[in-house]
Design a protein around this ligand. Structure first.
Ligand SMILES: NC(=O)c1ccc[n+]([C@@H]2O[C@H](COP(=O)([O-])OP(=O)(O)OC[C@H]3O[C@@H](n4cnc5c(N)ncnc54)[C@H](O)[C@@H]3O)[C@@H](O)[C@H]2O)c1
Length: 249
């Protein structure tokens, strides 16, 4: 399929994991790509993997509004439009509530939630002017609450509220906004989790396996396509059934 021919797709946190998998997926459908990450070597490596596509890798910290505004302005100057924004960048700094530092709290909120706000604000007027836009933001199964993740759960619940609000403001202008709440997906972020906690959670996935980044990329490729025109304000669980909740099996 070439659903993304002449579509300009922006992905944050594209240096590894889900961001890289989505970049490759959109490239396979002929998208024009603007990729950003704080890690220059990593985002360049992702670009090299998007063979044959027109790709612009940039070093951008999404928590910094000025860097984001410059990135969007450069992307518009290069490609002339912005069709899809994928707010994917995120970090974890797990700790029990009473031990959580201000730095741990801020780091997580600043990347996932503030970063999403900065990037969406920067593209929103242009998408409305175009009468077309797809905004996809990354929540997590943790948005419902998760032990040791006060900062992350708060940020990811914030992503849901913000995504649904953007959906309302974008609806009259052909701009959709949805979120994906991944379960356990095999990326460097998951590998950095406490091994015992990871193994315990993995044993509770009804489908009996940890997800592949391609599982997420496939869902993203649908939600960001023209075909998903009437889908907005949705939080799509892509988690092998783990959020269903029953542990009896
Ligand atoms: N992997 C999972 O199991 C899982 C589960 C639920 C939600 N998620 C969410 O999916 C998204 C992607 O996760 P992942 O597993 O690929 O993570 P990852 O850690 O493997 O990759 C995240 C990327 O974001 C980049 N990044 C970090 N801070 C940044 C910043 N300030 N500005 C720009 N880029 C920045 C990192 O350099 C890295 O390349 C995140 O929002 C994460 O919270 C992942």
């Amino acid at each position: 399929m070439r659903r993304y021919e002449n579509r300009v797709v922006l992905i944050t946190g594209a240096g590894q994991g889900l961001g890289r998998a989505m970049a490759r997926r959109f490239a396979a459908e002929s998208a024009l790509l603007a990729l950003c990450d704080v890690n220059e070597a990593a985002v360049k490596e992702t670009s090299a993997e998007c063979d044959g596509s027109d790709v612009r890798p940039s070093v951008v910290n999404v928590a910094d509004a000025q860097q984001v505004d410059r990135w969007i302005a450069d992307t518009l100057a290069a490609f002339g439009r912005v069709d899809v924004l994928v707010n994917n960048a995120g970090v974890i700094r797990d700790n029990r509530l009473e031990r959580m530092t201000d730095d741990e709290w801020d780091a997580v909120i600043d990347v996932s939630l503030r970063g999403m706000f900065h990037c969406t604000r920067a593209v929103f007027a242009e998408m409305k002017r175009q009468g077309y836009g797809r905004i996809l933001s990354f929540s997590s199964m943790s948005w419902r609450g998760n032990f040791g993740q006060a900062n992350y759960a708060a940020a990811k619940a914030g992503v849901v509220g913000l995504a649904r609000t953007i959906a309302l403001e974008g609806a009259p202008h052909g701009v959709t906004s949805n979120a994906i709440a991944p379960g356990l997906i095999d990326t460097p972020m998951l590998a950095s989790m406490n091994a015992a906690a990871r193994a315990k959670l993995a044993g509770r996935v009804p489908m009996g396996r940890i997800g592949d980044p391609a599982d997420i990329a496939e869902a993203a490729a649908y939600l960001c396509s023209e075909s998903a025109a009437y889908v907005t304000g949705v939080v799509l669980d892509v988690d092998g059934g783990i959020s269903i909740g029953s542990t009896l099996r």
